[in-house]
Design a protein around this ligand. Structure first.
Ligand code: PMP
Length: 398
């Protein structure tokens, strides 16, 4: 009798399970649109020039690896603040933002969730329906009751904004609302600037706690454009949370580079909040790793390198947009009668294609085209070589 006799097998991660199935698929035409990763036009994971240059520089003077401070590399945290709020913005210059380096965007969310659980143990967390699949699990494991607000409108192919606003309006004061700052995962539909204004008004009026998940800053319309939503919450005089991920924007998935920023009412308050964020980090993993944060700091804090990054990020963004258009055109050319132009109104890495589970299963089994059962496809994995095949395959199951 082992102490593990009663341990149940946990369900497989749906996305990683798809990856395994994809790897085992012998179809020479197979295309993986399941996982949320940007590939270049050759189907390769890019190593950005700015990253390579920063790493080569670092290798010239290799350094010993002491522990980082609990909140990470100071130059990194400052660069994150600048990116999220604007380097010359009032929140940054007045010192009322507490930012910590975190293990990916996931780590930023988890540190924030642990801190919030101590601060407001009885609060409910609201996530969008649907949302990134880890939101629910992460806030549940931090001890919260997690519910959802309406988001996707399948019929009208867009956001059920009235439903979303009504749910926020009905939420109890203190409810934590997780909002996708840009490039909504999984649907690809963002709300408009005017709709954000309404969300900000409700968050303020109902005294909700906004937690903005910014995993794709720069992947939508641009760095400043995607970050503009943060300014709306600042201008409303709110205090709130922002998690940042550089996984996609720096193509540094495996380095786990992210952050959590908390906008507080004053510098003095930010000091106290920072001390509590450090406890959440200390009791989880003590302090963050060096490499990814050092690379991102070296790029963001050097104007020439940063310019290279902005150019490379712009190229990724433009390629995704071009693929969306090619996808729409290709589906039409392949004989799809339905208007698929909604694909170009979506933004970021993903497209909710509107295909049913049965159609997605057929795509996988008959054509080796892998997306999730929900109909989500990663358009950032389309390229000039696989696009025609994908369009023809989708046309055949539609
Ligand atoms: N939030 C959202 C909405 C995401 O899509 C992702 C990554 N897929 C994350 C957070 C996590 O980012 P990271 O991989 O940096 O932990």
């Amino acid at each position: 009798m082992s102490m593990f006799t009663a341990v149940e097998m946990a369900p497989r991660d749906p996305i990683l399970g798809l990856n395994e199935q994809y790897a085992a698929d012998g179809n020479p035409h197979k295309v993986n649109l399941g996982v949320g990763v940007y590939y270049d036009d050759n189907g390769k994971l890019p190593l950005l020039e700015c990253v390579k240059a920063a790493e080569e520089d670092m290798m010239k003077t290799p350094s010993a690896r002491g522990y980082l401070p609990i909140d990470g590399i100071a130059a990194y945290d400052n660069a994150v603040k600048g990116l999220v709020f604007g380097a010359d913005s009032e929140p940054v210059t007045s010192g009322r933002v507490a930012t910590v380096q975190a293990i990916g965007g996931t780590g930023g969310l988890k540190v924030g969730a642990d801190f919030l659980k101590k601060l407001s143990p009885d609060a409910t967390v609201l996530i969008s329906d649907p949302s990134w699949e880890n939101h629910r699990a992460l806030f549940t494991s931090a001890g919260f009751k997690v519910e959802s607000y309406p988001y996707y409108d399948a019929e009208r192919r867009g956001v059920n904004f009235d439903g979303m606003l009504a749910a926020l309006n009905a939420a109890a004061a203190g409810t934590i609302v997780v909002l996708h700052a840009c490039c909504h995962n999984p649907t690809g539909y963002d709300i408009t600037a005017a709709q954000w204004d309404q969300v900000v008004d409700v968050v303020k009026a109902k005294q909700l706690t906004a937690f903005l998940d910014m995993a794709y800053q720069g992947f939508g319309h641009g760095i400043a454009e995607d970050g503009a939503v943060i300014g709306k919450f600042v201008d409303a005089g709110l205090t709130f949370f922002v998690s940042t991920s550089f996984s996609k924007s720096f193509s540094l998935y495996g380095e786990r580079v992210g952050a959590l920023s908390v906008l507080c009412a004053s510098k003095e308050e930010a000091g106290r909040v920072l001390s509590q964020l450090k406890i959440a980090i200390r009791t989880n993993y003590s302090n963050p790793p060096i490499h990814g944060g050092a690379v991102v700091a070296a790029v963001l804090n050097d104007p020439a390198r940063r310019a290279v990054w902005e150019k490379e990020l712009g190229e990724m963004r433009a390629r995704i947009k071009a693929m969306r258009q090619k996808f729409v055109d290709g589906l039409k050319a392949a004989g799809v009668k339905e208007d698929m132009s909604f694909i170009t109104t979506q933004i970021g890495m993903f497209s909710y294609s509107g295909l049913t589970k049965d159609q997605m299963v057929r795509l996988r089994n008959e054509f080796g085209v892998y997306g999730t059962d929900t109909g989500r496809m990663c358009v950032a994995a389309l390229n000039s070589k696989n696009i025609d095949y994908v369009c023809q395959s989708v046309a055949k199951v539609m």
